[in-house]
Design a protein around this ligand. Structure first.
Ligand code: ZN
Ligand code: ZN
Length: 177
């Protein structure tokens, strides 16, 4: 039996249940994550999205290992534009960022700030650092660069194969902009 872990939003109304360990942890530096961090900060957020270097730390789980014991009624999906295939999901109770989901994706990128600092899985790699205008803002504590990003996509594919190419749906209401 894999052990399960429960996390909650900042106010404690919404919970998320995770089975086993994440398959990878990342810090994303893509333009969309940076724009979303800026825009969503207007809500204002109950928990931070971006870290001090501007990157967004994520903890990635297979969708079939994530459960919502309270349902998803307290979640709202935000998109950078009407047609954007990516949605960023935030709670309505306290505006805690919960996860990022690519349309049709088989995994959820959970925002690392959901974990208390003492139990947060450490970040393994940086992705999409090529979007940064000034990469000197980053230290060299963890791997980054195009090969790291390529290895990340290979890992996503390996996980999808392990899941038998399934991509479970998560029903979430869209936020009205
Ligand atoms: Zn809450
Ligand atoms: Zn990103």
């Amino acid at each position: 039996m894999r052990k399960t872990e429960q996390l909650s939003c900042a106010c404690g109304k919404f919970h998320i249940e995770l089975e086993g360990a994440p398959f990878i942890t990342t810090e994303c530096h893509c333009n969309s994550c940076r724009e979303a961090a800026n825009r969503l900060a207007d809500l204002p957020l109950g928990l931070p999205i971006a870290g001090t270097n501007g990157g967004t730390p994520f903890v990635l789980y297979r969708k079939d290992r994530v459960r919502f014991p309270d349902g998803t009624a307290l979640l709202r999906a935000h998109r950078l534009s009407d047609k954007a295939p990516t949605r960023r999901v935030v709670t309505t109770c306290c505006h805690s960022p919960v996860f990022l989901e690519f349309q049709g994706g088989h995994w959820l990128s959970l925002y690392a700030s959901l974990w208390p600092e003492t139990s947060r899985p450490p970040t393994q790699i940086r992705t999409m650092t090529s979007d940064l205008q000034d990469p000197s803002v980053l230290d060299h504590a963890i791997p980054s660069g195009k090969w790291t990003t390529a290895g990340f996509y290979a890992k996503l594919l390996a996980v999808w194969i392990a899941m038998g190419f399934k991509a479970p749906q998560v029903e979430i209401e869209e936020a009205r902009s």
